[in-house]
Design a protein around this ligand. Structure first.
Ligand SMILES: Nc1ncnc2c1ncn2[C@@H]1O[C@H](COP(=O)(O)OP(=O)(O)OP(=O)(O)O)[C@@H](O)[C@H]1O
Ligand SMILES: [Mg+2]
Length: 271
């Protein structure tokens, strides 16, 4: 039976899709059969970041509407044996996903996979509620700024009240905080919240801190999840987060301001 993990945030543009792609790929790299499901109906970003956009024939909504079966809609990753993507539909109809439809698809996926990663759309409306409803665990993606933390806090409230686990009085969804786009220099200048500040407000366990990194944009432009760029700071930070998700103790890295080399000190580094 798969573990269903929702990647959610409340606020938009904080790095959910980047995270879904990285964490899903990291789990597959470690031998777990993983599918990443794009719940962002109408937008369809995940397939671009995963580099499989040209191979989308059928999508999540087609499966819900029984226009295709799962085998037809699942896209197998070309790089990794254990990795699959279920793309979102480009339909404008935001109501294309229903709770019964989503439950049917997730139940079927759960039989065959070790992990189902649900990439949630932004906001707290229907798409986001459907993405989290059936989750066993949640990765709450947050940027170190007040508006993002506030929206994550709202999302934590929803996770503990409006999920299947809550409705059935079961053990609550296990929540993880992933702080992304972290810029230690701006934190030290007081322009952004620090890790401790965010941890204190949200009070959930810290899965990882992903630094602000040019490697992320480079990776998504080339359709390669950033975790596969193992030379990059963001790739390494995601890799540590996957290990923690699987229960390993890993020290947190990339939290401090990088010491400048003598060239940068002399001539001034570019921001
Ligand atoms: N660690 C990072 N460093 C630099 N840029 C990042 C980082 N994480 C994400 N980004 C950039 O932030 C933007 C939004 O990322 P992404 O699409 O993953 O967010 P999202 O939460 O899925 O957005 P939406 O709410 O629209 O679905 C992208 O341009 C991405 O490249
Ligand atoms: Mg997204």
């Amino acid at each position: 039976m798969a573990k269903i993990i929702v990647v959610t945030s409340g606020k938009g543009g904080v790095g959910k899709t980047t995270t879904s792609a990285a964490i899903g790929t990291g789990l597959a790299l470690r031998g777990h059969k993983t599918v990443i499901v794009d719940f962002d109906v109408g937008l369809r970003n995940l397939d671009l970041i995963m580099g499989c956009e040209r191979r989308v024939v059928y999508d999540f909504v087609n499966v819900v509407n029984e226009e295709a079966n799962l085998q037809q809609a699942l896209i197998k990753d070309k790089r990794l044996e254990n990795l699959y993507v279920l793309a979102a539909s480009q339909t404008r109809d935001k109501d294309a996903l229903t709770q019964d439809g989503v439950e049917k698809v997730l139940t079927e996926l759960a039989k065959d996979f070790d992990f189902v990663i649900c990439d949630s759309p932004a906001g707290i409306e229907k798409g986001a509620s459907l993405a989290m409803y059936f989750a066993d665990e949640a990765i709450v993606v947050t940027n170190p700024e007040v508006s993002s933390v506030r929206d994550s806090d709202r999302m934590l409230g929803l996770l503990s009240s409006k999920s299947r686990r809550a409705a059935n009085n079961e053990e609550p969804i296990k929540e993880h905080l992933l702080l992304t786009r972290y810029n230690p220099e701006r934190v030290s200048k007081g322009e952004m919240l620090g890790v401790e500040d965010v941890e204190e407000i949200l009070a959930i366990r810290l899965l990882g801190v992903i630094p602000e990194s040019t490697a992320v944009l480079k990776a998504s432009n080339s359709g390669v999840p950033v975790i596969l760029d193992d030379q990059s700071d963001a790739g390494q930070a995601y890799s540590d987060a996957v290990d923690r998700l699987l229960g390993k103790e890993m020290p947190h890295r990339f939290l401090d301001v990088k010491k400048k080399g003598w060239m940068e000190r002399l001539f001034g580094g570019r921001e």
